[in-house]
Write a protein that binds this ligand. Structure first.
Ligand code: ADP
Ligand code: MG
Length: 291
């Protein structure tokens, strides 16, 4: 690459808040075949809100207080939303002990002598909890694109919390622009299949890899690379850092965590998904000038 082409490309990006950290980042942007996008915080705003709370065989406010006590100890974005909801509902503030965070699954703690778990189906299965009583509510809520989180008290599944996280305004347009450029788009998420599939179809994404544990995200990137594709990964979270590092091009959404931003090759300061196709286009323009 000529230094001039690199300077022009870097400058074009900077004007739009697209920071190419190195000349190599700019050159790699020109050669991407597939873009993998994290769902939460990348395609969506990452600001979940509780929309439904279903208690089965237990008083609703009582269950909410137990769940909130666990979630108050967690740093997960879903946990913050549950606490906000519980506070708004006037649920009692209880103290949790023996708190346990299970990455990609959920959390558990002892509250008022009860063993409380909150998280996904995998968490419940790992605890040997029968999710039969909440299965129907869970499926109905997930089918609408909401994240359905399950609650269990003393080994019994007795609640479902639905959370909605609005998709970013330009997410669908970004996917369309990538497809127009002949680039494959893949959604990667720790969220459940049904929720992910619903959101993907709304955005025009045909390939979804769901229910992926945080530590397995980079392995999924490797699998795509093994098919001969040059892969860009777009993410925002701490969980995404290994995948950003594994990808040929790591792109961090600017509102994300410091870890993601430090690991990435490109940073999108405006947190706009449309800046993904724009970045790749700037890369192509730079390469053309180099020849
Ligand atoms: P993502 O890839 O969407 O950022 P995570 O890997 O962090 O998701 O979590 C995967 C799933 O585990 C969530 O969708 C949720 O169902 C469950 N989960 C994890 N932590 C919590 C928590 N503190 N409270 C409720 N559910 C949780
Ligand atoms: Mg995320």
């Amino acid at each position: 690459a000529t230094p001039t082409a690199i300077m022009v490309g870097t400058g074009l990006g900077a004007k739009r808040g697209i920071l190419f950290k190195t000349a190599t980042a700019l050159e790699t942007s020109a050669r991407i075949d597939a873009v993998v996008m994290d769902k939460t915080g990348t395609l969506t705003q990452g600001k979940p809100e509780v929309t439904d709370f279903v208690a089965i065989g237990m008083d609703e406010t009582e269950l909410l207080a137990l769940v909130a006590a666990v979630e108050r100890e967690s740093e997960h974005p879903l946990a913050g939303a549950v606490v906000t909801y519980a506070t708004a509902q006037g649920a009692a503030v209880l103290t949790a002990s023996e708190f346990r965070n299970v990455p990609g699954h959920g959390a558990g703690a002892t509250v008022n002598g009860h063993k409380v778990f909150v998280g996904n189906r995998k968490l419940m299965l790992a605890q040997g909890i029968d999710i039969g009583p909440v299965a129907e509510s869970r499926e109905q809520l997930a089918a609408t694109g909401r994240t359905a989180v399950l609650v269990a008290v003393d080994g019994k599944a007795n609640g479902v919390i639905a959370l909605a996280d609005a998709v970013r305004d330009t997410a669908a347009a970004a996917v369309a622009a990538l497809h127009d450029a002949g680039i494959q788009v893949v959604m990667l998420t720790g969220d459940n299949e049904a929720t992910a599939a619903r959101i993907a179809s709304r955005l025009g994404i045909d390939t979804v890899i769901a229910e992926v544990l945080p530590e397995d995200k980079s392995a999924k990137i490797k699998e795509l690379q093994a098919t001969g594709k040059r892969v860009a990964m777009v993410g925002d979270g701490v969980n995404d850092a290994p995948a950003l590092a594994q990808a040929d091009l790591g792109i961090a959404i600017g509102a994300g965590t410091d870890v993601a931003i430090d690991t990435a090759d490109v940073v999108l300061m405006r947190s706009d998904p449309l800046d993904v196709p724009v970045a790749l286009r700037i890369g192509k323009g730079t390469l053309r000038k180099m020849r």
